[in-house]
Design a protein around this ligand. Structure first.
Ligand code: GLC
Length: 600
């Protein structure tokens, strides 16, 4: 019987890649470079068009409140289509697991990256990566579009919360999540070569290459204007750490560098990333990035394919117009405008990552992992991350009379604000739906629920989402906890030149602070304007960022079971007129400097 090298488990990966590539037709090769959205994917489409990958766009799920087992059913069904192809090349299924496996109901939702940046705890990030990988694999997916290693230089950017902060060194440190997601490469692992330890790990995607957090005025998908040296020093450095950890994929940024779209930048994608840095995984485009290259949206699609694939894009996140994509791509290949050498290089990278991932040997979901999803141990890790992310900005009008830690045995306390009892607000964007939504969106614990558990059974907890003067007509309150902040948002929807506390949060906090000693907790993806008049009248101020599903992590600290240890990952500006302002590069005095954080 013929020895089929690519099907031989213990054959060297490069031999398997070479053998399989040599057997593939042009259509099979182009199909491997195509990633489509689940809503247009069926087993027969995958089989007939040799599709290499499927993804869930933000919030795209089998049905409302689908749980991990439902996802596994969906993905395994699509995989069967791929395994029925002539060569049986399995798909990889990608999802934005950016703070846990956050598209899926019932999973553990971790703090968004901005909060993890406040911890500066690389080992915590690694452990979060490990747990995230387990919960992603339980759903049948093998590929996480994470971590975002943007260095966010301007809080007006709608994706600031997806970044670990403004400081390159912190972002570099937190790239340890790659090792958590993919596993630890062995000593002597070839630098730049993709690595996945086993079935409990996933492919990671360092994103968005490069300079997405440095655009003018923080405009999402905008233009980063810097020298090459500054691009390398500020924005490129975290990618070196990801590559040294064997990151399997890199996602190109929608943004531009000095006016040139990253997706068409051969120097950055090929000369720098692949040749100079030796990256041997694959580069994936961002969602409909090819459609956005020319206006009107999607015009000149042929030119988009030509310029991006020739620049170094290996897999295209189409995600819907795959018929047109395949037709135009085939035409470009047959005309030689896209060379076979370029196509073979891209397919080689994709096959390499697939062999490394083990998906040939284990194409189906491992349902033994389902019991781990949202389990106590995972939620305790998320709770630890929340604790470590909290930053104490003020504690006591008179520092000699601090309000925190709060008294668990207080007689009567007021809990108020739009964010005190809202899991959706705690989680922010990229949770269950793309933009995120208000309310009980998944399983978890709100701040109010955690407060009620924490205080003495004789303590009266009065909850008023929107307090009025009547709220204070009764018996005195010992103190008030007012939780306000941002509603969920995502990508360009989060670009904000004003950065005021939404939902009249500042006015609400001020009304309460006029009556009662008040702790304000900000639920936010970034620094916001805090007027001096408000800061003066409140007793204490804590920023909890976007903490996710485990609200107990907040009460653990504000009631004194654990110390505050978080430090600002972003400079807290005094006024938006100062922006952009960051440590060491702007003499304007901020309200709170980068790295600030009180303890108690
Ligand atoms: C989005 C984002 C990217 C995400 C991708 C798939 O537009 O830019 O971060 O991974 O599309 O959802």
């Amino acid at each position: 019987m013929e020895c089929v090298i690519y099907k031989t488990l213990n054959a060297p990966i490069e031999a398997r890649v070479k053998d399989l590539l040599s057997r593939m037709t042009l259509l099979e090769k182009i199909g491997q470079m195509t990633q489509i959205e689940r809503s247009v994917a069926t087993p027969s489409v995958i089989k007939d068009r040799f599709i290499g990958s499927v993804l869930s766009g933000g919030g795209s799920k089998p049905f409302e409140n689908a749980k991990s087992a439902d996802w596994a059913d969906m993905i395994d069904g699509l995989q069967k289509g791929a395994l029925e192809t002539r060569l049986g090349i399995p798909i990889i299924y990608g999802t934005d697991a950016v703070h846990g496996n956050n598209n899926v109901y019932g999973t553990t939702i971790f703090p968004h990256n901005i909060g993890l940046g406040a911890t500066r705890d690389a080992d915590l990030a690694r452990r979060i990566g490990e747990v995230t990988a387990l919960e992603v694999r339980a759903s049948g997916a093998q590929y996480a579009f994470a971590p975002c290693v943007a260095v966010s230089r301007d809080p007006r950017w709608g994706r600031c919360y997806e970044s670990y902060g403004e400081d390159t060194e912190i972002v570099r440190k937190m790239t340890s999540i790659v090792t958590g997601l993919q596993g630890q490469p062995p000593e002597g692992h070839l630098k730049g070569y993709p690595f996945v330890a086993g079935r409990n790990n996933v492919l990671a995607s360092a994103k968005h290459f490069v300079g997405d957090g440095g655009t003018e005025n923080g405009t999402n998908e905008g233009n980063t204007i810097t020298s090459y040296d500054d691009l390398e020093r500020i924005h490129l450095a975290p990618y070196l750490d990801c590559i040294s950890q064997g990151v399997c994929t890199v996602m190109a940024s929608y943004s531009s560098w000095n006016g040139k779209k990253l997706h068409t930048d051969h120097f950055l994608l090929t000369e720098l990333l692949k040749k100079k840095l030796g990256f041997m995984g694959f580069v994936i485009s961002d969602w409909e990035a090819l459609d956005r290259l020319y206006s009107p949206h999607g015009s000149n699609y042929r030119e988009s394919i030509l310029s991006t694939v020739n620049a170094g894009i290996d897999m295209v996140m189409v995600p819907f117009r795959y018929e047109l994509f395949l037709e135009e791509f085939l035409s470009l290949a047959e005309s030689g405008e896209i060379s076979m050498a370029r196509i073979d290089d891209a397919v080689e990278r994709i096959l390499r990552v697939k062999f490394v991932s083990g998906v040939f040997e284990h194409p189906m979901a491992d349902r033994s992992l389902l019991d781990l999803v949202g389990c106590k141990a995972h939620r305790e890790l998320a709770r630890e991350a929340v604790r470590k992310s909290l930053v104490l900005l003020k504690n006591g009008k008179d520092p000699k009379k601090p309000l925190l830690p709060l008294n668990k045995k207080a007689k009567r306390i007021l809990v108020a604000g739009t964010h005190a009892d809202n899991l959706g607000y705690q989680c922010g964007g990229w949770t269950i739906s793309w933009e995120g939504t208000s309310g009980k969106i998944t399983e978890g614990t709100t701040m109010l629920e955690a407060i009620k558990e924490m205080v003495d059974h004789n303590t009266e907890v009065v909850y008023e989402q929107n307090p009025s003067p009547e709220t204070f007509s009764g018996e005195e309150f010992s103190f008030a906890i007012v939780a306000v902040g941002e509603g969920p948002y995502v990508e360009s929807g989060g670009d904000d030149p004003e950065l005021k506390i939404p939902f009249n949060g500042a006015e609400l906090a001020s009304l309460v602070a006029d009556k009662v000693p008040t702790l304000v907790i900000l639920i936010t993806g970034r620094p916001l304007v805090v007027e001096p008049s408000l800061l003066e009248k409140i007793e204490a101020l804590v920023v909890a960022w976007l903490p996710g599903s485990e609200g107990r992590g907040i009460t653990d600290v504000i009631f004194g079971d654990y110390p505050f240890q978080g430090k600002l990952p972003m400079t807290w500006f005094r006024s938006v007129d100062q922006l952009p302002v960051h440590s060491g590069e702007n003499s304007l005095d901020p309200l709170f400097p980068f790295g600030f954080g009180l303890t108690c």
